[in-house]
Design a protein around this ligand. Structure first.
Ligand code: ADP
Length: 466
């Protein structure tokens, strides 16, 4: 299944589950509490109606025909029922009974079922009739001349709760439809939201299937995380492509560089083996082969070092170290031996601390100093300086050789670049590229000050470390 679709389904499924739970629980809570409220209102209304009717009943010895009241013969007189006595109102019925259970006045739709039930001051009670539940309220009326009378009120709870029942029915039909619509809308919206994610997947798929490292995701809107993911993917591809290109270039440069010594060895051996040679000739041939072997070995070592540093700089942990000591040790080890005419000066500020890798820094110094030997004037000067400045720690290696023409100054830090004049000198063309890489690993800058015929000064600026 496509990545976007499975996430979409998951989002839709879980939002549906959560919606059903949230809506279902709120519905049950509302349904339950409104049932309670309606029941309690109903009861209060019933009690209220019965209590009002109590005041409408009076005993009279004779009828007073001027009033529009009802008169019911009772004992030695009449029960006078006020015209405001409510027999039925808003579904509430009221009926007046004597102590024996004879209906005297009013309406009682439940008379048949409940007639036999003796009256007691039990307050509210319930009865079933015709599939409906009724709430009943019995109220005793005791007055001197009246004796034992009962007023019974009743109201159908089923009818009063009917609106709630229809709301419930309607909700049970409508809510699932609404939830379904909401989930459907969410499903459609997530499609738009997850589009960049799908694009990432398609692009990654394209790259996995072929070598399309130049593949990018178009039309990214970076305001959300998915868009940012797509942007990060593009950046990653940019880096990957660049590093892949560098890798390709490096391999082709390396094979090109190795081809020269290999061809020399092959040509030399083929030529020498053509016929019998003198011991002297064999010796000369072996010397050529040995020299080229050395060159190849140096090339392979530098190439390995360079690609290691290029691919995993994290292999070289940086720790606080005393750069003054390290420079002195390396410079001393490379100092000219015997009575060389070369002036070799080491000017160091003491106890200069930086964060660095000892092996790499010693390699950097070796490369710069051996270049000064190789390209400088053999009877001239080499000066190695270390000083602490406000901008950082400055290390420089200076010679007074032929210098480097301006147009070559940028190029000499490139891999395998060797100026035409130095083609014959020993070296791999990787020395300065390694210097640059090591400086980068240390967060340092490297540059060159050189003028033709006035020598060269290579400068490294390390960041300050406290
Ligand atoms: P190589 O192995 O050829 O020395 P590098 O990367 O160390 O490779 O140097 C690249 C080129 O820069 C050299 O071939 C040389 O032409 C030039 N170069 C380096 N250092 C100096 C220097 N001190 N003086 C003059 N030219 C230099």
């Amino acid at each position: 299944m496509k990545i976007g679709n499975s996430i979409r389904l998951k989002i839709s499924f879980w939002s549906a589950v959560l919606l059903v739970l949230a809506v279902g629980l709120s519905f049950l809570a509302v349904r339950f509490s409104s049932g309670l409220v309606l029941r309690s209102i109903n009861r209060e209304y019933l009690i209220d109606a019965v209590e009002k009717n109590v005041g409408m009943i009076r005993f009279a010895e004779a009828q007073d025909h001027r009033e529009a009241n009802s008169y019911i013969p009772y004992k030695n007189g009449f029960l006078e029922i006020d015209e405001d006595f409510l027999k039925e109102m808003g579904g509430v019925f009221a009926a007046l009974y004597d102590g024996e259970g004879t209906l005297l006045y009013g309406e009682d739709p439940l008379a048949r079922q409940t007639g036999t039930r003796s009256f007691r001051n039990t307050g509210i009670w319930y009865a079933e009739s015709g599939g409906e539940t009724y709430i009943l309220y019995d109220r005793s009326i005791r007055q001197d001349q009246i004796g034992d009378l009962w007023l019974r009120g009743m109201v159908s709870e089923t009818k009063s709760l009917a609106p709630l029942a229809s709301i419930t029915r309607l909700s049970l039909i409508l809510l699932p439809i609404l939830i379904l619509l909401a989930v459907l809308a969410l499903y459609l919206v997530t499609d738009r939201m997850l589009k960049p994610l799908k694009d990432v997947e398609t692009a990654a798929g394209d790259i996995a299937r072929g070598d399309k490292l130049d593949r990018r995701i178009e039309g990214i809107r970076t305001e959300d995380e998915v868009g940012q993911l797509a942007a990060t993917f593009n950046q990653m591809m940019e880096k990957l492509e660049a590093s892949f290109e560098r890798e390709k270039q490096f391999t082709s440069d390396a094979s090109h560089e190795l081809r020269t010594p290999t061809s020399v060895i092959l040509a030399q051996t083929e030529y020498t083996l053509e016929k019998e040679r003198s011991a002297e000739e064999y010796r000369e041939a072996l010397e050529v082969v040995h020299k080229q072997g050395e060159r190849m070995s140096a090339l392979i070592r530098d190439m390995l070092d360079y690609s290691r540093m290029d691919l995993s700089a994290e292999r070289y942990p940086l720790t606080p170290l005393n750069l003054s000591e390290l420079v002195r040790e390396t410079a001393d080890a490379l100092a000219p031996v015997g009575d060389s005419p070369l002036q070799y000066r080491v000017e160091l500020e003491e106890n200069v601390q930086i964060k660095g890798n000892e092996n790499l820094l010693s390699r950097l110094l070796q490369n710069l100093i051996s270049n000064a030997y190789r390209y400088g004037d053999p009877e001239g000067k080499i000066r190695i300086c270390l000083e602490r400045k406000e901008s950082g720690v400055i290390l420089s290696v200076e010679d007074d050789g032929p210098g480097i023409p301006r147009e070559e100054q940028e190029k000499i830090f490139e891999r395998f670049y060797r100026s035409d004049s130095s083609r014959n000198a020993q070296g791999t063309g990787l020395g300065l590229a390694l210097v640059k890489k090591i400086a980068q690993i240390h967060g340092a800058e490297v540059w060159l000050e050189s003028e033709e015929d006035r020598g060269s000064r290579f400068i490294i600026l390390f960041p300050v470390f406290f």
